[in-house]
Design a protein around this ligand. Structure first.
Ligand code: DGY
Length: 327
C-alpha cells in the first residue's frame, strides 16, 4: 500500500491499550488513542477518525455504513476481539475496507474461564460466598449449598469452533465428562475423537445436557437461540453457561426460568444490551454474573491488542493482514 513519501499515516485506537501496543504502532504511524477509556459516541468516533487510515476497535464500537461514510480515508478496522458482531460486514465490504479480528490468541484463556464459570455455577460459589460474608453461616449441614456434579456429568456445547473444542477437551479429558455438541457443521472424525465429543441435534443437546455451554457467534440467526421454548426442553437440574455473546440468550426468559427453578442455575459473562444487565437477573440468587471477562488475563489481552496492531502494520505496510475477515 503506497503512502506519500514522508507522510506518516494516522491510526486511531478507540480504547485505552497497553503502552507496548501504542509503541509498536508508533514505529510506523502517527498514533492517537482515546485514553479516557470511555466508549466514544458514534459522532465522537467519526470525528476522531478524520484523516486516519486505520482504527483499533473493541466490541463496544460499532463500525457501520454511517461511520464508514463519515470516514472515507479509512482502510482497515482491526477489532481487539475474536467476535465481530459490532462490525456491519456488508457495509465494510461495500466501502472496500479491510476488517480483522483476533482469533486463536484467546482460545485457551476463554475456555479456562468457561470452565471457571461452569464450576462456580454448578457448585454455587458466589451464592455461598455471599451467605458467608453476610454472617449467615452458623453451622455445617449436609445439604447446605449442595450443587450439581461436574465430573462424570454430560456437558453440552452449542457452537463448536476453536473455543468450543477447547472446552470439550477440558470436559472430556480433565473431568471425565460425556461431551455432546451441536454446531452448524459437524467436526471431522479425527477432531471429534480428539475432543471426545459426539454430535447431536439441538433437541438432544437441550434434553441431555447437565451443563449447557454456549460458545457460538452472535448473528441475526443466533439471536435468542436460547429462549423460553428451549429452556423448557432442558433438565430442571441443568445449568446454562453463556460466554459467547449477549442476545444469544433471551435474558428476560432466562431470569423468569431461574426464578421458577425451571433450570437449576446459570452462569453469564455476556448480556443483551451490556453493560446494562436485565434487572431481573440481578435479583435471582441462582445465577453467577461476570462483566464480559472470559478473555481477561493480562497476557491474553496484551496478545489480542498486539495482534490487532500487527494486523494494521501488516496490511498497511505489506498489503496483507494476519487474520483478515474479508480477504
Ligand atoms: C471476544 O474476543 O470476542 C471477546 O468477547 C472480547 O470482546
Amino acid at each position: 500500500m503506497a503512502f506519500e513519501t514522508g507522510s506518516r499515516p494516522g491510526i486511531f485506537i478507540a480504547r485505552k491499550v497497553f503502552p507496548e501496543v501504542v509503541a509498536r504502532l508508533g514505529e510506523h504511524f502517527d498514533v492517537e488513542m482515546n485514553d479516557t477509556d470511555h466508549v466514544l459516541s458514534p459522532e465522537q468516533l467519526a470525528q476522531r477518525l478524520q484523516g486516519r487510515v486505520g482504527v483499533l476497535t473493541t466490541g463496544s464500537e460499532r463500525v457501520d455504513a454511517a461511520l464508514l461514510a463519515a470516514c472515507p480515508e479509512l482502510k482497515i478496522v482491526a477489532n481487539i476481539a475474536v467476535g465481530y458482531n459490532n462490525f456491519d460486514m456488508a457495509a465494510i465490504n461495500a466501502a472496500g475496507v479491510l476488517a480483522t479480528n483476533t482469533p486463536d490468541v484467546l482460545t485457551e484463556t476463554t475456555a479456562d474461564f468457561g470452565f471457571a464459570l461452569l464450576m462456580a455455577t454448578a457448585r454455587r460459589l458466589t451464592e455461598s460466598e455471599h451467605f458467608l460474608r453476610a454472617g449467615q453461616w452458623n453451622r455445617w449441614s449436609l445439604d447446605m449449598f449442595a450443587g450439581a456434579e461436574v465430573h462424570g456429568s454430560t456437558l453440552g456445547i452449542l457452537g463448536m469452533g476453536r473455543i468450543g473444542q477447547a472446552i470439550a477437551r477440558r470436559g472430556a479429558h480433565g473431568f471425565g465428562m460425556n461431551v455432546i455438541y451441536h454446531n452448524r457443521s459437524r467436526l471431522d472424525g479425527a477432531l471429534e475423537a480428539e475432543c471426545k465429543a459426539r454430535y447431536v441435534d439441538k433437541a438432544e443437546l437441550l434434553r441431555c445436557a447437565d451443563h449447557l455451554m454456549l460458545v457460538l457467534p452472535y448473528s441475526p440467526e443466533s439471536h435468542h437461540s436460547i429462549g423460553a421454548a428451549e429452556i423448557a426442553q432442558m433438565k430442571p437440574s441443568a445449568t446454562l453457561i453463556n460466554i459467547a455473546r449477549g442476545g444469544i440468550v433471551d435474558d428476560a426468559a432466562l431470569a423468569h426460568a431461574l426464578r421458577e427453578k425451571r433450570i437449576a442455575a446459570a452462569g453469564l459473562d455476556v448480556f443483551e444490551g451490556e453493560p446494562k444487565v436485565h434487572p431481573d437477573l440481578l435479583t435471582v440468587p441462582n445465577v453467577v454474573l461476570t462483566p464480559h471477562i472470559a478473555s481477561a488475563t493480562l497476557g491474553t489481552r496484551m496478545a489480542m491488542a498486539m495482534l490487532a496492531a500487527d494486523n494494521v502494520i501488516a496490511y498497511l505496510t505489506q498489503g496483507k493482514a494476519l487474520t483478515p475477515l474479508n480477504p
